[in-house]
Design a protein around this ligand. Structure first.
Ligand SMILES: [Zn+2]
Length: 308
């Protein structure tokens, strides 16, 4: 039993422009950091396939999917919002990212692997049911949750989102769905400025002020999430793993270090061990300091891969 690692060269073909922080080099940074460790031979490397239209329809309506298809240019770039651009290879990469999440759920649920990390881009947690935004087109973690609930007939799925930006898209899709408990931490007030307007009993928020010390972050997360997770008894845990709360990240103002991501992962592993038969599927969201991203993902993987 091991950790599956999903990667594909076509994740790097989606390129929103030379100055864009959500860049192909993010994946290269992660892969080259892993290559410097002993992890490389321990992971189960998987090349994903594209998600099917029917699987996308479990979260996104046909009208929205069709709109995206029509917008994708055959050359050059078009912007779907001020931050988010599509180019000829974008939807192929997005279908692979979403497909990797579906496959990761299937592999973990069938006990082929203990847990999985999807090293994909574009990310997903800002994509709402009918709206692309914040570098996201299809909501990868919500698609994984629906796969676990419908295809694998689970009753309780937890989503943990520790990206520095609130996962407005995931809240839009799963808010009010009592089969899902979503625990998230995010800088507040901050982009996408939506969490106070959209609340539901199954959404557990830990808003964190800019400049907050890492120890205060840990306390806030622990007190907001842990009892809720223990009471909910998730059968699988999905992680929206964004590493942009790192002290070096250029896009936000939190002060987390690699050790804090290690701590977060250990806490999640512990809940998964108590209730979910160790089942965790983690998918990459943000993280824009290439150095911090490579180091933080490696620490996250080391903890995931230490579970037997
Ligand atoms: Zn983010």
């Amino acid at each position: 039993m091991t950790t599956a690692f999903f990667s594909h060269d076509d994740f790097m073909k989606h390129n929103m422009g030379p100055e864009h922080p959500e860049c192909p080099e993010r994946i290269t940074a992660i892969l080259s950091h892993i290559a410097e460790t002993n992890l490389e031979q321990d992971l189960d490397w998987v090349r994903p396939e594209e998600i099917t239209r029917d699987q996308l329809l479990t979260v996104h309506p046909e009208k929205y999917l069709h709109q995206l298809d029509l917008m994708q240019p055959t050359r050059g770039r078009v912007f779907t919002d001020p931050d988010t651009a599509m180019m000829p290879d974008t939807l192929r990469a997005a279908r692979l990212a979403a497909g990797a999440n579906i496959q990761a759920v299937d592999m973990v649920m069938s006990s082929q692997v203990t847990n999985a990390f999807v090293c994909a881009r574009p990310p997903g947690h800002h994509a709402e049911r009918s709206k692309s935004m914040g570098f996201c087109f299809y909501n990868n973690v919500a698609l994984a949750a629906m796969r676990a609930l419908t295809f694998h007939q689970l009753d309780r799925v937890a989503i943990i989102d520790f990206d520095v930006h609130q996962g407005n898209g995931t809240v839009d899709i799963v808010g009010g769905d009592e089969r899902i408990l979503m625990c998230s931490s995010f800088q507040h007030p901050f982009y996408p400025h939506s969490h106070v307007h959209r609340q539901a009993p199954n959404i557990i928020n830990a808003p964190i002020e800019a400049g907050c010390a890492a120890i205060e972050y840990r306390k806030a997360v622990e007190s907001a999430w842990v009892k809720k997770l223990q009471d909910f008894k998730p059968q699988v845990i999905l992680i929206s793993a964004g590493f942009d709360g790192h002290r070096l990240d250029p896009m936000a103002e939190l002060n987390l270090e690699v050790d804090d991501y290690r701590w977060l992962t250990e806490m999640i592993v512990s809940v998964a061990s108590d209730h979910a038969n160790d089942r965790i599927i983690s998918t990459l969201e943000g993280g824009y300091s290439l150095k911090a991203l490579g180091e933080s993902v490696t620490a996250h993987l080391e903890v995931l891969n230490s579970v037997y």
